[in-house]
Design a binder for this molecule. Structure first.
Ligand code: ZN
Ligand code: ZN
Length: 174
């Protein structure tokens, strides 16, 4: 969804307000796709500040399911996002300060891209379903938060199992 800014910028003091529904089922980042479980329309308010400057205000709510780092169970993250920026539309193509803003190009405001960038910066570095998540069994894949499967995980450390593999293969060959 793109919004043309030339109309707003051609009328002094023009203010435009609108709700933009975003059709996005998943959020993709670095090759991983996260399900969007809830999202409000993006409420936009654009004000012509004169001299090709624009006041961009945007608000929306989004909920994303991110798999737990240890057990892969989806953890829902809800974000209330507010954007409040004054942009120099004229300089958007070559101004170094605006290099990180990819949602505005050639007098077009790309709302999907704006949403994408706002979520990207909020993704958690660490994502656990609970602080003491026990993870999944490295042998049978069972979720250890639900049950103890009884597997022998003494060689769960991958470095250790590599050593054992070499050891076992050695004896097979002899
Ligand atoms: Zn977990
Ligand atoms: Zn197991």
């Amino acid at each position: 969804m793109e919004i043309r800014l030339s109309d707003i910028l051609s009328v002094p003091n023009r203010v435009e307000e609108m709700d933009v529904a975003i059709d996005m089922a998943a959020f993709k980042n670095r090759g991983i796709s996260y399900e969007i479980t809830d999202m409000s329309p993006v409420h936009l308010r654009l004000t012509n500040l004169g001299s090709q400057r624009l006041h961009l205000e945007a608000q929306f709510m989004i909920e994303i399911a991110i798999p737990c780092d240890r057990c892969l169970t989806d953890v829902k993250h809800r974000y209330e996002i507010q954007v409040d920026k004054k942009l120099d539309v004229d300089k958007s193509e070559d101004d170094e300060d605006l290099d990180d803003i990819n949602y505005m190009k050639e007098y077009q405001l790309d709302i999907d891209m704006l949403v994408y960038e706002e979520i990207s910066v909020r993704l958690p570095m660490k994502n656990l379903c609970k602080e003491d998540c026990k993870g999944i069994c490295s042998v049978c894949g069972a979720n250890l938060n639900h049950k103890e499967c009884g597997c022998d995980r003494k060689v769960a450390d991958p470095r250790m199992s590599d050593v054992l593999d070499i050891f076992n293969n050695y004896f097979k060959e002899v």
